[in-house]
Design a protein around this ligand. Structure first.
Ligand SMILES: [Zn+2]
Length: 116
């Protein structure tokens, strides 16, 4: 497989396409990134985060397990999105988490103006 592609099953609805990869990731690089992201999950679980703890992911917009979530500047991504983002960044498809959230998930979504 020449370029990393997100499995379609990972993001059921509204998943946008990232730009073409500008560099190819080797299987070893992909494995290394996956391993690191899994370590974040394990470290958080060791610190006592359980499946009861959730985060509102700034990318997919779903309540996701807090364990393994990562905060990039002011955007917290669930572990699945963080992995997807890190792979996209490593292959040059996106530059930062905010760009990832916008291109992949259409975030932040514009909220209609509401009267206060
Ligand atoms: Zn997410």
């Amino acid at each position: 497989m020449a370029f990393y592609r997100v499995p379609a099953a990972g993001f059921a609805t509204g998943a946008g396409q990232l730009p073409r990869a500008v560099r190819e990731l080797s299987a070893e690089q992909i494995t290394a990134i996956r391993t690191v992201m899994q370590l974040f999950v394990e470290e958080d679980e060791e610190r006592g985060l359980s499946s009861r703890h959730t985060v509102d992911c700034g990318a997919c917009g779903k309540l996701q397990p807090a364990a393994g979530s990562i905060t990039y500047e002011d955007l917290t991504l669930c572990n699945a999105c963080a992995l997807d983002y890190e792979l996209g960044r490593a292959s040059g498809q996106v530059r930062n988490a905010a760009e990832y959230a916008r291109l992949r998930h259409g975030r932040p979504q514009r909220r209609p103006a509401t009267a206060r």
